[in-house]
Design a protein around this ligand. Structure first.
Ligand code: CUO
Length: 669
């Protein structure tokens, strides 16, 4: 047998395999190469001989190519490989299959499919997987930094290495006003969240994996919140709200130069210069042939569905868009997922928007270029056009929401429950002021780099952070002991001109900060809640999971930690940046009637703490209301301002978000 070199932490381990497992291009050197590596290995892992399935089309994606779930052919072969991994009888067979596939299949495709299989197989719920960022740092970090990391690792012995600092400004200068938002768009945590979200909620693949509770609605809500947060950040940066990308025949003024190189492909992610226009696609290699006309057709058919309140499935049966479930149908139709009522007819609007934009620089593949950052959920949120595209998508959902009955007072009030006051208190700060600043944190890149000798090499990057704070909420309950759901949101207090909002506009800007169940005693109640308990976010350590100390112990639910646990808005971006003079904001607190919120199920499972945008694994979404409630619909008659919208169980507190331009170093754990 000849071993295959395989890194496992700092320790080297080898898989004991026979020649037929070695990729064809190495078979002629197999014995010599692998014997040498085998001698250095600390551990030998036996690999069972199984009858290996043919990989067929899966091998048509070259190892050096980039991989994107947005491209139908890539999806198709990903589905095939997931099926192969899911179909393995036991862990031994799965390991054998994975060892065989690893050096044959495109690495991104391999990593994605194996991750999906490990997340969903019953017998792999206790496995440790490295974070995606560690495996593929090239999707998150500037190429120049990566070459410095390699240099450091080669020249400087472990122990004397200093972290390589990623400058906060590296993709553009302040001549480009969109660059003011780079700290948000290029945040590593945001991009990791987005990758994990789409890993947990794939739109394609085996039905039992795709068909998760309210996944179409969650597609709408999570991305709606991204746009709300982005708009809040834009208003803080004196930019107007993002405009929808609707005129597809006109040039796109926003340029983007990602400065990312794929280490695997040894190619740069293509840039987009200003004023490029999307064009009909005909790229034989990716099996992508699509006209803008089709995109327009899909858009118009979906508009008809919303206007009529009815969709048709493939057999021509009516599928009414109901008040509560319609949004879920629409989410699957627009994204689209395999749960779309009729994918052939309603098409693949959102996904193909990504594809058209991603190939804007080489629509017919004449220059042999791969897709831009919009072609990949790991990198898409870096590009300003992502937000313009998703603002368009969100507007379609908003049109549907506008067609629904308004919430009546009894649907939003909680009789006898009054929120008397709500205050925010930061450590050492003034009441109702939230402080934000820059923070530098270190992340270990060792795993994703193929350098020798090994040992940790850290990169240091700068991200937004806020001072931890608590909410202190006084609630009066004139009834008996009962429960409620406390819902906390924040929105900018004024529009671009500094004028007060119409409720109809402000409601789409409310950013969810937290949602939790409260027990109300008769009479006065004081609710104290810490900002870091948020149901929206996950802690920094879980976003990055790079440090050995945070590695789950063998046999724990580590795969959950990798996937569901990695899904969650990064906590350091819970609060928008604010401004040096202080951004006036509206903190909204509501206690809703728990009888109408409750979902009866056991939610005492790992990683149940970031459910607002990510749900809970293998459970129903833990809130029965429409996502975004109470801001997801147009207001009842006679309501034109936020104050008029309020019922006694709601309260608005003016708060200020004050940004200080100083950088604090986070101690390494
Ligand atoms: Cu998350 Cu367009 O859906 O990227």
């Amino acid at each position: 047998t000849e071993p295959v070199y395989y890194p496992k932490g700092d320790k080297k381990a080898v898989f004991d395999i026979t020649t037929d497992y070695i990729a064809p291009r190495y078979q002629h050197v197999g014995v010599q190469l692998f014997d040498r590596v085998g001698e250095e290995a600390g551990e030998r892992i036996p690999v069972k001989q199984i009858s290996l399935p043919r990989l067929g089309n899966i091998l048509k994606l070259p190892r050096q190519a980039n991989f994107s779930l947005f491209i139908p052919f890539h999806r198709e072969i990903a589905g095939q490989l997931i099926d192969i991994f899911m179909g393995m009888r036991d862990i031994e067979d799965l390991q054998s299959m994975a060892v065989y596939a690893r050096d044959r299949v495109n690495p991104y495709l391999f990593n994605y499919c194996l991750s999906v299989a490990l997340l969903h197989r019953v017998d792999t719920q206790g496995l440790d997987i490295p974070s995606f960022m560690e495996s593929f740092p090239d999707k998150f970090i500037d190429t120049q930094i990566l070459s410095q990391v390699r240099e450091e690792a080669n020249l400087v012995p472990t122990g004397s290495r200093t972290p390589i600092e990623i400058p906060i400004d590296y993709t553009a200068s302040n001549l480009e006003e969109e660059h003011r938002l780079a700290y948000f768009r290029e945040d590593i945590g945001i991009n990791l969240h987005h990758w994990h979200w789409h890993l947990v909620y794939p739109f394609n693949g085996p039905r039992q994996i795709v068909n998760k509770n309210r996944r179409g609605e969650l597609f709408y809500y999570m991305h709606q919140q991204v746009i709300a947060r982005y708009n809040f950040e834009r208003l803080c940066a004196s930019l107007k709200r993002v405009t929808r990308f609707i005129d597809w025949r006109k040039p796109i003024p926003e340029a983007y130069f990602p400065k990312l190189d794929s280490l695997i492909a040894s190619r740069s992610y293509p840039s987009r210069v200003a004023n490029q226009t999307i064009q009909d696609l005909n790229r034989e290699q990716d099996q992508v042939k699509a006209d803008i006309n089709r995109l327009e057709q899909w858009r118009d058919r979906i508009a008809t569905v919303i206007a009529s309140g009815n969709a048709q499935d493939e057999a021509g049966n009516d599928i009414p868009l109901t008040e509560f479930e319609g949004i879920d149908v629409l989410g699957n139709m627009i994204e689209s997922s395999i749960l779309s009522p009729n994918r052939a007819f309603y098409g693949d609007l959102h996904n193909f928007g990504h594809v058209f934009i991603a190939y804007i620089h080489d629509p017919d593949h004449r220059h042999l270029e791969s897709f831009g950052v919009m072609g990949d959920s790991t990198t898409a949120m870096r590009d300003p056009i992502f937000y313009r595209w998703h603002a368009f998508i969100d507007d379609i959902f908003q049109q549907f929401k506008a067609s629904l009955p308004r919430y009546t007072v009894s649907q939003i009030n909680y009789d006898g429950v009054t929120v008397d006051s709500c205050q925010i208190q930061s450590q050492g700060g003034n009441p109702n002021v939230i402080s934000t600043f820059w923070q530098q944190s270190d992340v270990d890149l060792t795993r994703g780099m193929d350098f020798q000798p090994r040992g940790p090499v850290f990169v240091r990057f700068t991200h937004l952070q806020h001072q931890p704070f608590t909410y202190n909420i006084s609630v009066n309950n004139s009834g008996g002991a009962r429960r409620g759901t406390c819902r906390i949101f924040i929105a900018p207090a004024t529009d671009e001109r500094g004028n007060p909002w119409l409720f109809q506009d402000q409601r789409t800007l409310f950013v969810e900060l937290d949602r939790f169940v409260v027990n109300l005693q008769p009479g006065k109640n004081t609710i104290v809640r810490r900002s870091d308990q948020s149901s929206v976010t996950i802690p920094f350590e879980r976003t990055f999971r790079n440090l050995e100390a945070n590695r789950p112990a063998e046999g724990t639910d580590a795969v959950e930690q990798f996937n569901f646990c990695g899904c969650g808005w990064p906590h350091h971006l819970l609060i928008p940046k604010g401004t040096p003079e202080g951004k006036d904001s509206h903190l909204f607190v509501m206690i809703s009637n728990y009888d109408d919120d409750r979902v009866d199920q056991d939610t005492n499972v790992p990683c149940n703490d970031a459910s607002s945008y990510c749900g809970i694994k293998d459970r129903l979404y833990p809130d029965r209301r429409s996502m975004g409630y109470p801001f997801d619909r147009s207001p009842r008659d006679g309501v034109s301002t936020l104050q008029q919208f309020l019922t006694p169980n709601m309260r608005v507190q003016n708060v200020t978000i004050r940004f200080t331009n100083r950088t604090l170093r986070k101690p390494r754990q």
